[in-house]
Design a protein around this ligand. Structure first.
Ligand code: NIG
Length: 390
């Protein structure tokens, strides 16, 4: 069964060989899909079994949100309110969410995660990575990953997030438990392993131990790095060949150079910096140095309770000094690179049919019309996953 998305005014393909500029923009276009794949990018007016007439609107690849923690229970609004009044972000708050998540039933967690997934889709997201990290033991971590697998094939075992309350006197004992008990239970449900390398979380040796064990178990590597201050996280990520170093809020010149001369993507999470009243990462400097940059929401109840990629684009342009084109690429192709995938984040034959149709004549409106709900329709794997009611 073929589907044509027809009479597209402005189509962003992210394939410079196919159209204008770095976004590969094609005008008066049509995209033909067969099942879950794109099979052709054509001039408008192509025949197919089904037709979706966009009437001159703008179509772009769905957002790839490469850093989320969608499976959790409870909220921490009181921490957010306190921060807005001047309090600092504390990693200890993670334990509040661990307690709420452990107490929630599978059905309750599933319902909450699905609500957040649908909320994300309704603003143009078509693919998410989901981390565990609110279970902290083999049973609860594996359970969260099993629920995450219902929504994505990019699941991440966040082995080192925080030391559980009953082990604060023995963090190395916790690291051993992660390596010998939790990882074996979680590896079959994960594509990635992640660690929180930060003062107040885990040191570089503890992180390296867990990443080594994850790699030996066949997982790709990710690092929460340089979120709350300068530190060894980015160096560790680059040295170990991690797919991404996430946050990158506080970077030294050496960190920027290291990222620029590596395959490690700098994943920037500006909604977290907004919600924790941190400075913003210097996206401009990273791009000018030649680093690959991704933008993601970091949706979680502690530091960034949003699923909105358009909000992240807006912050990236206004506060990270990225152009709209750079922000859009980072939110689509950049996310795909952070997940080492070639089948998403672009519109070309063979790619997954993941696209968003805007109620706007061009992609610039995503930032220009700040906060406006511009998503008209979202297609995930060739099927309509969201359609705004007229
Ligand atoms: O990416 N940095 C570690 N993890 C999350 C915060 C989690 C929380 O506070 O619940 C983050 O910001």
């Amino acid at each position: 069964m073929t589907l044509v998305i027809d009479r597209i005014g402005v189509l962003v393909t992210n394939d410079p060989a196919r159209g204008e500029g770095p976004l590969g923009v094609v005008r008066d276009a049509a995209v033909v899909c067969d099942g879950d794949r794109v099979i052709a990018v054509e001039r408008a007016g192509v025949a197919a079994d089904e037709r979706l007439d966009v009437d001159g609107g703008c179509v772009l690849p769905g957002f790839v949100d490469s850093h989320t923690h969608l499976v959790f229970a409870g909220d921490r609004a009181s921490e957010f309110v306190a921060r807005m009044a001047g309090a600092d972000y504390s990693t200890g708050g993670i334990r509040t969410t661990v307690d709420a998540t452990r107490q929630a039933s599978d059905d309750a967690l599933r319902r909450l995660a699905r609500q957040r997934w649908f909320e994300a889709v309704s603003t143009g997201t078509t693919h998410v990575e989901i981390k565990s990290g609110y279970g902290l033991d083999a049973h609860h971590e594996a359970r969260c990953l099993r629920l995450a697998q219902e929504l994505t094939d990019d699941t991440t075992f966040l082995g080192l997030h925080v030391v559980p309350s009953h082990m604060t006197a023995d963090p190395d004992g916790f690291v051993r438990e992660v390596v010998f008990e939790t990882l074996p239970a979680c590896a079959p449900r994960s594509r990635w392993i992640d660690v929180f390398c930060e003062r107040g979380a885990f040191d570089v040796d503890q992180c390296r131990t867990v990443l080594d064990a994850g790699r030996a178990a066949g997982l790709g590597l990710k690092v929460h790095a340089n979120q709350l201050g300068q530190g060894p996280g980015v160096t560790l990520a680059v040295e170990m060949g991690a797919a991404s170093a996430d946050h990158c809020t506080h970077l030294s010149a050496a960190d920027v150079d290291a990222l620029a001369s590596s395959q490690t993507v700098a994943t920037l999470l500006p909604a977290a910096d907004f919600s924790t009243r941190q400075p913003y990462p210097d996206g401009r400097r990273l791009l000018d140095a030649g680093a690959t940059v991704a933008l993601a929401t970091n949706c979680n109840p502690g530091s960034s309770y949003t699923t909105s990629m358009p909000l992240c684009l807006t912050l990236a342009v206004r506060e990270l000094h990225m152009t709209i084109e750079e922000a859009l690429r980072a939110a689509t192709l950049g996310g795909a690179s952070a997940l080492r995938r070639e089948d998403i984040g672009r519109i070309r034959p063979g790619a997954r049919a993941d696209l968003q149709i805007l109620d706007a004549p061009s992609y610039e409106h995503l930032v220009y019309r700040l906060g406006a709900p511009l998503t008209r329709c979202v297609i995930v794997g060739g099927r309509v996953a969201f359609q705004r009611q007229p």
